[in-house]
Design a protein around this ligand. Structure first.
Ligand code: NAD
Length: 370
């Protein structure tokens, strides 16, 4: 049996725990069927942590997160904690994890499952077979740059200020993650900025070119202004393999790409940091969706985004591509057989609960692995 792999599970709030229950069953399945042992620890984040400890994440949980191979998070937040001060809201738990683990590269795949092609707002032929990856810089840029604030200029006039700022190491490290990903995929990377009007964009482009020439000459690199990238994403999304971009443009482009695939309940993500002295890359995996308080506790949430986040953990933190492929194929087959949770339901399909979707995916895993 292979050496143990450590996984910290933080189910969080709302539908987070419901979806995570289904993931736990797949983790168990992996142990039984793929001879791989996970040391799984589970703890609190978000509102669940506020209820028990008065804060959205404890130092102890952050410490645990620093010392595992991967963290898998459900979702945080809900109306129960909406009136708390911003500094102690559930979302702060997640922000602290991202900050303390220095998770600077946010990976958002946009994959369109053939069975869900009609859920996209684009024509089926534009999205059928779509499989792109957006790498967004997550810890720098205009959301964090100084100076920032709102100034009173007198005479009833105010001025809002945010600063777009990037250093060369910040650009280089996220570019490396994107080049490495492109190398493992189709070998094509588009770097997106606004070098035509922004100096930070000029620097971004220059640094990406340097990394390309020095370290990844085998990857095909091209550059695209962010406004054009937005246009191309809805015009002909399949032209892309991997896109790397800054925090602000990445925020917009990744949401745009996500919606090409139809449903929030299907979208996983990963946030990666640096490789530590043990060769372990800091990593947090989570669905793109939130805690969906409107449907929490009803056993109707779609667990697939969280299950696919676990598949991403297998692929990127545990080097278990075969197992990740198995999960993704199982999901594809289950959707192909017409099984749908309420959020992706359409005419002629069979509506199933969260638990039932977990059951069917496990059964499919048995079938395709055996
Ligand atoms: P949301 O993603 O929770 O829900 C948006 C809509 O999509 C809702 O109608 C919901 O029922 C539906 N939905 C989302 N995921 C689904 C799933 N897996 N299956 C079926 N339907 C699903 O976004 P929101 O309503 O804006 O936010 C709710 C709470 O979640 C807020 O407190 C917000 O701050 C928090 N939030 C957390 C995260 C996170 O933990 N990363 C992200 C976004 C929002």
């Amino acid at each position: 049996m292979a050496s143990n792999k450590s996984l910290l599970i933080l189910p969080g709030d709302g539908i987070g725990p419901e979806a995570m229950t289904e993931v736990r069953r797949i983790v168990d399945w992996m142990e039984t069927n793929r001879a791989v042992k996970f040391d799984v620890d589970e703890d609190l984040v978000g509102g669940a942590s506020i209820d028990k400890h008065g804060i959205p994440i404890t130092d102890e949980v952050v410490d645990k997160a620093q010392n595992v191979d991967a963290v898998l998070l459900g979702a945080v937040g809900g109306p129960k904690w909406d009136n708390l001060d911003f500094s102690v809201k559930p979302e702060r738990g997640l922000l602290r994890l991202r900050k303390d683990l220095e998770l600077y590269a946010n990976l958002r795949p946009a994959i369109c499952f053939d069975a869900l092609v009609d859920a996209s707002s684009l024509k089926p032929e534009l999205v059928s077979g779509l499989d792109i990856m957006i790498v967004r810089e997550l810890t720098g840029g205009v959301y964090f740059g100084e100076p920032r604030g709102i100034e009173d200029l007198g005479n009833g006039i105010r001025r809002g200020i945010n600063t777009q700022v990037y250093t060369t190491p910040e650009i280089q490290r996220v570019a490396r993650v994107a080049f490495e990903l492109a190398k493992k995929r189709d070998g094509r990377l588009v770097s997106s900025e606004k070098a035509n009007v922004m100096e930070s964009g000029v620097l971004w482009r220059e640094e990406v070119i340097k990394i390309h020439e020095a370290e990844f000459p085998e990857v095909e690199l091209s550059h695209m202004y962010a406004d054009n990238a937005a246009m191309q994403l809805v015009r002909a999304p399949k032209q892309f393999d991997v896109i790397v971009t800054d925090n602000l443009f990445g925020d917009i482009l990744s949401d745009c790409a996500a919606m090409l695939t139809g449903s929030l309940g299907m979208l996983p993500s990963a946030s990666l940091g640096d490789v530590d002295e043990h060769g372990r890359r800091k990593a947090l995996y989570e669905p793109v969706h939130g805690s969906a308080p409107d449907i929490a506790g009803e056993n109707i949430a779609n667990p697939i985004a969280t299950i696919l986040s676990y598949a991403m953990a297998l692929r990127y933190s545990f080097d278990m591509s075969e197992e990740a492929d198995l999960i993704e194929t199982a999901v594809k087959n289950v959707l192909g057989s017409g099984m749908r949770t309420a959020d992706i339901m359409s005419d002629g399909m069979t509506k199933v609960s969260t638990t039932k979707m977990g059951d069917i995916i496990l059964r499919e895993l048995d079938k395709i692995s055996g």
